[in-house]
Design a protein around this ligand. Structure first.
Ligand SMILES: [Zn+2]
Length: 316
């Protein structure tokens, strides 16, 4: 934050002098949802939605135009958007949202990241390879809370006229969120030790938080799409003790996960889990999203209480 201090006064004056509403550009829907929660007076736009792969986005003219108008951009960082955000920043030509400026906030700068891969070199799958650590941090509600706090602080600097309101909203969010975390952790006890196989490191923060055991990655190398040979190897390795679920994110091509789940038989279920909120404009989007993740996982857990398994999925 130190490097930003000289910029704060200028940015604040700039916004105070303009009649237009605070405009926020979020790279992913979870940050848009947080921005809306903390600053409902702002115009917020998410560059992506839940069915899009945030590693690979086209730098469309509409996104460039949106970033050009932004007072604040909130992105994940840690190279998640390295395939498209730098181009957007360059083409938008908006000085406020360049790296190091007050108007550019990277969530990954606000928390510690798991699994850094210092020797990984981004290649043709740049964006999927994560040398600085796993960028999919939104799937840990504790880290998400830290990012919310950082967004509230930054918003207060950029928009001092609303600082008190933003602080009140942060405190209300925090009280509610911490209560929810406690309830989720209580509910999720049956998930400890649940064995799953997953495509990519998308849900690794969720697994760590819940104590879920991710026994296999459908990607032969980080960022590389599943190959038939790798999938066959996984099948051979896990057949004797199949995972309870094969998990893919809703933005991923389901074919590989489908194949592996079907080959493993009826003890293994296919789960399509959302890696972000469904609708960032919905005030309860973040809580609903974590509820839905827990519901889906509890439905496949061996000790799932009957109340959690109201809609048992039919076997294919
Ligand atoms: Zn990734």
């Amino acid at each position: 934050m130190k490097r930003l201090r000289p910029l704060i006064a200028a940015a604040a004056l700039c916004l105070a002098g303009s009649a237009q509403a605070l405009t926020i550009f979020a790279c992913e829907p979870e940050w848009a949802a947080l921005a809306r929660t903390l600053a409902p007076h702002a115009q917020v736009r998410s560059a992506t939605h839940a069915r899009q792969d945030p590693h690979h986005i086209e730098a469309r003219p509409s996104l460039i135009a949106a970033l050009r108008r932004a007072d604040l951009a909130i992105c994940t960082g840690a190279a998640l958007e390295s395939g498209w955000l730098p181009m957007l920043q360059q083409r938008a030509g908006n000085a406020k949202v360049q790296d190091g400026e007050l108007g550019m906030l990277y969530a990954a700068d606000e928390v510690s990241l798991i699994d850094p891969q210092p020797h990984a070199t981004p290649g043709p799958f740049a964006g999927d390879v994560h040398p600085e650590g796993n960028p999919h941090l939104q799937l840990d509600p504790h880290r998400l809370r830290s990012v919310a706090q950082a967004i509230a602080a930054r918003l207060g600097h950029i928009d001092p006229g609303h600082r008190d309101d933003i602080q009140r909203r942060w405190q209300a969010f925090d009280a509610d969120w911490q209560q929810r975390i406690r309830a989720w952790e209580e509910r999720a006890r049956p998930l400890r030790g649940l064995r799953v196989a997953t495509q990519h490191s998308t849900f690794d923060y969720l697994w760590r938080w819940l104590g879920v055991d991710n026994v296999a990655d459908l990607e032969p190398q980080p960022g590389m799409p599943p190959t038939p040979g790798h999938l066959q190897g996984l099948l051979n390795r896990t057949r004797a003790q199949p995972p309870r679920a094969v998990v893919a994110a809703t933005y991923q091509d389901p074919q590989s996960a489908q194949w592996l789940a079907s080959q493993l038989g009826s003890a293994t279920r296919l789960l399509h889990l959302p890696a972000t909120v469904a609708d960032d404009a919905n005030a309860s989007a973040l809580a609903t999203w974590f509820d839905s993740l827990l519901n889906a996982l509890l439905a496949v857990a061996p000790a799932a209480p009957s109340a959690q398994a109201q809609t048992p999925p039919t076997q294919p």
